[in-house]
Design a protein around this ligand. Structure first.
Ligand code: V47
Ligand code: SF4
Length: 371
């Protein structure tokens, strides 16, 4: 691998690119300006090689996946973000709400197939009270103590604090006592105020998102981080987003994984176009390089599509997420990927990308290697 990486010094002619590449390969941190330069350069192959070099130092040849299920208890949402085709008004004919029995039945199905994690997030109805969020976690954990509960985004936690008058710390402590094990990374979108004003003006802002995660880390609750890219943001704003995450990670070390989410425009008020596969791969590679204090970068097959996700596993990513079973959020916006995958299918996708499939739990403990 080292010799192959060094070959970029014979093939790339761009001196500034090579200076930055050298810095990365020496294990030094790059700054925002340098990350923007990498983004704007068109040295895709060299960028992928550098990112993959860094990834292999951290994760070897393993590519991780998890047997999990996503459950979205309702799609009714008062925030109506313009990039989201999932959240609808209560009067919309597509509106639905699961009762507790339905939620538990879905967890039961996961449990029967040997699943480990349930990922619960949803729309935010104005008429749900605080206890509803706590109850869902409590009931799931009570019935299935072995299932890891990764639930509620920072946006939902912020909302719960707002409607109950409690602090983030109080809300998270109650959730933890009810059985919450980890927070997913959703709701980050792009931190820039300029962009948030356009795409999601009403929900938790950057400062609030980061404060929720910081509080969770302090309470020993690990969290994930995302970035929704490919709509109205600039490259500089993407890098600024990564910078804010890197800074908090330096302080707490509580983030487990970074997940770039490629924007899908169908059925959204924001509209626009899909990202290109070149942009997807650059974003995976640059996040791997920039977020030097994150152990994992997820190539989320739902937004990337299975084929780009396989290439991403050679461009710095080391994780595909999971079997999922029933993805609704990105499917509402037009993704053509499957709703879920079997373990066999994920193992096959990973093997054919040249990596060793490693089944993990939510906390990246390896539970089975498929050699
Ligand atoms: O916050 C909404 C995104 C997120 C669209 O933490 C869209 O392990 C693309 O965060 N096009 C929810 N994306 C999903 C999410 C997630 C997924 C998998 C694993 C984890 C984890 C987290 O979906 C939302 C939003 O950023 N989203 N609309 C859209 N049109
Ligand atoms: Fe609601 Fe989340 Fe969709 Fe925004 S992104 S409309 S908060 S479900």
């Amino acid at each position: 691998m080292e010799l192959v990486v060094e070959s970029i010094f014979n093939t790339v002619k761009d001196k500034e690119f090579l200076r930055i590449a050298e810095k990365v390969l020496e294990g030094k941190r790059i700054n925002q300006e340098e990350a923007v330069y990498l983004y704007k350069s068109n040295e895709l192959t060299a960028l992928g090689l550098i990112a993959e070099y860094i990834n292999r130092k951290k994760n070897g040849m393993y590519a991780y996946f998890i047997v999990n299920r996503q459950i979205n208890p309702t799609n009714v949402c008062m925030y109506q973000c313009d990039f989201c085709a999932f959240g609808v008004k209560k009067s919309d004919p597509r509106a639905y709400e699961m009762d507790m029995e339905e939620i538990l039945k879905k967890v039961e199905e996961l449990y029967q197939m040997g699943g480990r994690e349930v990922h619960i997030v949803g729309g935010i109805p104005s008429y749900w009270n605080y206890d509803k969020y706590i109850e869902i976690v409590r009931e799931v954990k009570k019935r299935f103590p072995d299932i890891i509960v990764k639930a509620w985004t920072a946006v939902e936690i912020h909302h719960m604090a707002k409607i109950s008058g409690k602090s983030y710390q109080e809300v998270l402590t109650e959730l933890k006592n009810a059985g919450l094990d980890a927070l997913p990374g959703g709701g980050a979108e792009i931190f820039s105020d300029r962009v948030r004003q356009i795409i999601a003006p009403y929900k938790a802002n950057a400062e609030e998102y980061l404060e929720v995660h910081k509080t969770a880390h302090k309470l020993g609750i690990p969290t994930n981080a995302t970035m929704l890219y490919g709509h109205v943001e600039t490259i500089e704003e993407r890098v600024e987003h990564m910078e804010m995450l890197r800074k908090l990670q330096d302080e707490t070390g509580g983030f487990q994984v970074f997940i770039p989410l490629a924007y899908w425009p169908e059925g959204t008020r924001l509209g626009g176009y899909r990202t290109s596969s070149v942009d997807d791969l650059k974003t995976i590679a640059i996040s791997r390089i920039y977020l030097d204090n994150f152990d994992h970068i997820k190539a989320y097959w739902v937004t990337l599509g299975e084929k780009v996700a396989q290439v991403a596993l050679n461009f710095g990513a080391d994780d595909l997420d999971g079997t999922i079973q029933e993805e609704k959020i990105v499917h509402a916006a037009g993704t053509k990927s499957a709703y879920g995958h079997s373990v066999d299918k994920l193992v096959n996708l990973i093997k054919k990308s040249g990596k060793i499939p490693a089944e993990r739990d939510t906390f990246y403990n390896v539970v089975k290697v498929y050699d």
